[in-house]
Structures are given as structure tokens and as C-alpha cells.
Design a binder for this molecule. Structure first.
Ligand code: 1GP
Length: 233
């Protein structure tokens, strides 16, 4: 792939700073064999809850990156940083607006070698992220491929993120996105709720992201790590 700090990640757990997680559950997640933890959420992310979660994850060796979606939640000390750019919205605020506000404030402190943009394509209309960003979620395959090419080929973003947060997506679309992504790393997240859905998503995407199920069924969440390893084999 592209040799970046996240390029070998196949399986990632995403932890939401706004949600409670016990020390035991966090221990199980960090020791699970996952490739990395991403800290991020669509609402309620503050400096305090982000620092708190980072400090707890930092006791472990697992890679830990922050998805920076608010200026308040930009916290130093992570191994890496992702900056989302929403590709399927008409609201410039979510494409460059907030990012420029962030750079005006913290641009001199950005660890550029460990920072990557993610071209987000949000496809679940029910997701909080879709509502917040005004995403046009009803994309057919041709429209999706055009969005992926926009991000991967014209904008040369290092990551394209197909986001179905809360619902398992259409794997035919994910496959089409992977083909169009060319050498750009394709993340998939949304509705992975057991080993089977983890395996299916990992067959098409380079990196799969497991979120909500951590908070509702930890044992099942942990089973997705091994499911992805099996796809690699
Ligand atoms: C959310 O893509 C992630 O940003 C994971 O989605 O919470 O549905 O697993 P889920």
C-alpha cells in the first residue's frame, strides 16, 4: 500500500469518547489483537472526554489515532490523526470550512507525518454523521464511483472511508468503491455486528472499523478480530 503509519491496519476498533466503557472492557479491546484503536464520534466529543479516553488507552501498546471532527476535540498525544473531509455533502463547512478554522488555530502544531485526511462517503441516511453534515446518502454505484474517484484520484486523498455507521452496508457498493479507489486505502465502517459481517467487509475493504457492537456485545465485538485474520490467511 502507501507505506503510511496506518497502511497495515486491517481491523480497527472505534471508541466514542462520549460513551462509557469499563476498564475491563477497554482492556479486552486493547489486548484483542486489533491493529489499532481510533477515537472519534459524531457528537458530544470534548477535550476532556477525549483526553480521558486517550490516557486510558495509552496504558497499552496498541496504536491509537484520533479522528479530529471538532476543534475542541483536537488533543495532542495520539500516535496519529485523521482529518475527515466529507465528499458527499454540498455543505462546504464539512469539506474544507471547519478544517480551515482548525488550521488557523492549530496549524503550526499539526504533526504532519502522522496526519492523514480521510475522504468520507456517508451512505446511511439514519446515521448521526449524515444528519450533521447534510450528506447526500442516496448514491447509486455510478455516483459512488465518481465520488471515490474524486477523492482518490483527483484530490489524491490517502484514505477513502465508506461510512454506514449503524447499519451494515451494501457490499456490492463497497466492492465497486474498492476498485475505483485504486491505490488509496479503503476503510469500511458500519453495522459490523458479528464475525460474518466482519469477514464480508474485510473481503472488500482494506481496513474495517468496528464501533457500536463494542458497547452492546463485547464478546461478539472481540470475535471480529479473528474473523479478519482468517480473511488475511
Ligand atoms: C462509525 O464506521 C464506524 O464511525 C463504525 O460503525 O458503529 O456501526 O460499527 P458502527
Amino acid at each position: 500500500m502507501n507505506g503510511a503509519w496506518y497502511s497495515n491496519w486491517r481491523h480497527v476498533f472505534k471508541l466514542d469518547p462520549e460513551k462509557e466503557i469499563s476498564d475491563d472492557a477497554l482492556d479486552a479491546i486493547c489486548m484483542s489483537g486489533t491493529d489499532a484503536i481510533i477515537v472519534g464520534g459524531s457528537s458530544g466529543v470534548t477535550f476532556e472526554n477525549t483526553v480521558d479516553l486517550m490516557a486510558r488507552i495509552r496504558r497499552y501498546e496498541v496504536d491509537c489515532a484520533l479522528e479530529v471532527s471538532t476543534i475542541d476535540g483536537a488533543v495532542p498525544g495520539f500516535d496519529g490523526y485523521f482529518v475527515p473531509i466529507v465528499l458527499n455533502t454540498d455543505k462546504a463547512e464539512w469539506i474544507i470550512g471547519r478544517q480551515i478554522e482548525g488550521l488557523k488555530e492549530y496549524g503550526s502544531f499539526v504533526p504532519w507525518e502522522e496526519t492523514a485526511s480521510q475522504g468520507y462517503i456517508i451512505l446511511n441516511s439514519e446515521a448521526t454523521a449524515a444528519a450533521v453534515t447534510g450528506a447526500r446518502t442516496e448514491l447509486d454505484e455510478a455516483a459512488l464511483v465518481a465520488h471515490v474517484r474524486m477523492g482518490a484520484r483527483l484530490m489524491r486523498l490517502p484514505v477513502i472511508y465508506i461510512e454506514y455507521s449503524g447499519r451494515f452496508g451494501d457490499m456490492a457498493l463497497v466492492r465497486a468503491a474498492k476498485e475505483a479507489a485504486h491505490e488509496t486505502q479503503l476503510f469500511y465502517g458500519g453495522g459490523i455486528h458479528n464475525a460474518d459481517t466482519a469477514r464480508l467487509a474485510a473481503e472488500h475493504a482494506d481496513t474495517i472499523v468496528v464501533g457500536n457492537i463494542i458497547y452492546t456485545d463485547l464478546t461478539v465485538a472481540l470475535s471480529t478480530v479473528e474473523a479478519v485474520r482468517a480473511v488475511i490467511r
